[in-house]
Design a protein around this ligand. Structure first.
Ligand code: URA
Length: 196
């Protein structure tokens, strides 16, 4: 896998500076339409991190990732492996809502990627679960579809972390029960990776 947009590096500023810079970011056009920047939520010392695509309408309103219907499913799946939202860290590839929930564009991802890079560098998660095609392709630099790569472990940050791709909870809500069972199984794989 190659061409990652995300290049793991050391943190360039403190967590508080990073957050403060992100909250007033105007690096791309998404700043114009947002209500607020959705930086991330949870423990900055977490061993387990989730990365989604970008804030939706409810996240833009509340300033927190995954608080809509898909977020409720994500919360239930996290609780299903014996953890809570405050035990993990949840962030997105882009921190501002793309208008009409369209996919983030390459220049928007590039402008935003230093924030996620630095979040990962600060948190140093042992396991990163990427939610859906979009986040998985961005972090792994692959064009493979989520159905093919889900539930597998991919080394990241020189082997300091593993990425485990799974479905996006919104896709599971739209789909049939089989995807939910597969997503649950992927969470168990993540839990086992944490216990190693
Ligand atoms: N979908 C995402 O990818 N991220 C969110 O925060 C909410 C929905």
């Amino acid at each position: 896998m190659s061409d990652n947009l995300f290049t793991p590096s050391g943190p360039a500023r403190s967590w508080d500076e990073l957050r403060a810079d992100a909250l007033e970011c105007t690096r791309c056009r998404l700043a114009e339409g947002r209500t607020q920047v959705v930086f991330g939520v949870g423990s900055p010392g977490a061993d387990l991190m989730f990365v989604g695509e970008g804030p939706g309408q409810e996240e833009d309103r509340q300033g927190e990732p995954f608080v809509g219907r898909a977020g409720h499913l994500l919360t239930r799946l996290i609780e299903g492996i014996g953890l809570t939202r405050s035990d993990v860290y949840i962030a997105n590839v882009v921190k501002c809502r793309p208008p009409g929930n369209r996919d983030p564009q390459p220049d928007e991802i590039e402008a935003c990627s230093p924030y996620l890079d630095e979040q990962i560098a600060h948190i140093g998660p042992r396991v990163i679960v990427t939610l859906g095609n979009f986040a998985s392709r961005c972090l792994l630099g692959t064009k493979e579809g989520i159905t093919k790569i889900r539930g597998r472990e991919f080394p990241f940050r020189n082997g300091e972390s593993v990425i485990i791709p799974t479905f996006h909870p919104a896709a599971v809500l739209r789909g049939r029960g089989e995807a939910l069972a597969q997503m649950r199984a992927d969470f168990v794989i993540a839990k086992r990776a944490l216990e190693r």
